[in-house]
Write a protein that binds this ligand. Sequence first.
Ligand code: ADP
Ligand code: ADP
Length: 228
Amino acid sequence: VGEIKINNVYKSFKSLDPSKEDTLALNGVDLKIEPGSFVSLIGPSGCGKSTLLRIIGGLDKATSGELFLDGNKIIKPGSDRGFAFQGSNLFPWLTVEKNIAFGLKARHIYKKEKEEVQKFVDLVGLKGFEKSYPHQLSGGMQQRASLARALVGHPSVLLLDEPLGALDAFTRMTLQDEILKIWKQNNMTMLMVTHDVDEAIYMSDKVVVMSSRPSKVEEIIDIDLPRP
Ligand code: ADP
Ligand code: ADP
């Protein structure tokens, strides 16, 4: 599971200024992502990477075209897709464990949910920080919590929008390896936006290069390098 098909997807954003043209953020994107693969999405700023990820996540709608996950049309968010962004997309007023439980849509943490949350706290190396608030954590630890929240619902696809972009080089390298480990252990499809070409090549099976004007897939590069 975790196969994504994107057929001729367009997305335009209306301009608030009637004298300006609408922005065509995606201009006929076609892409097929194999189940269980690790795919990176790179391209110049503004070429539509985040927009594409948000549409796959069901957080935004395509203007036209169709997207499928395992043959089912993607129209809204679902627990089959986990989403983690760069920086602090954690709720600042919730503790680490409540942030992660939010991934289970749990308003109260019952026993079974508590076990599940704990499993992912341990997986991302945040044992002991369950009751901490995001501002009490380093950037790397916040990113770990954000990963745990995206993973806790056992998604078949993990969507990562520059998950390591705000981190220092050392923390970044550590988390690259941890994300690879989580990917291998959990049999899921990874789709990661990154600005860092080395990171894309290090982590992925395929690198999808997008162009701006027109905002579409320009090239798909197979990576065949040994990984840790
Ligand atoms: P990338 O992630 O590749 O940097 P984005 O997907 O963020 O690119 O943006 C693609 C284009 O769509 C940009 O020109 C951006 O300004 C525009 N855009 C993105 N989101 C919105 C929005 N909510 N409203 C208007 N324009 C948007
Ligand atoms: P990472 O563990 O993701 O590499 P950092 O490099 O930012 O994250 O943090 C390194 C270590 O410093 C953490 O694993 C943790 O043990 C400790 N640490 C960071 N921030 C705090 C904090 N606010 N309170 C206690 N320990 C912290």
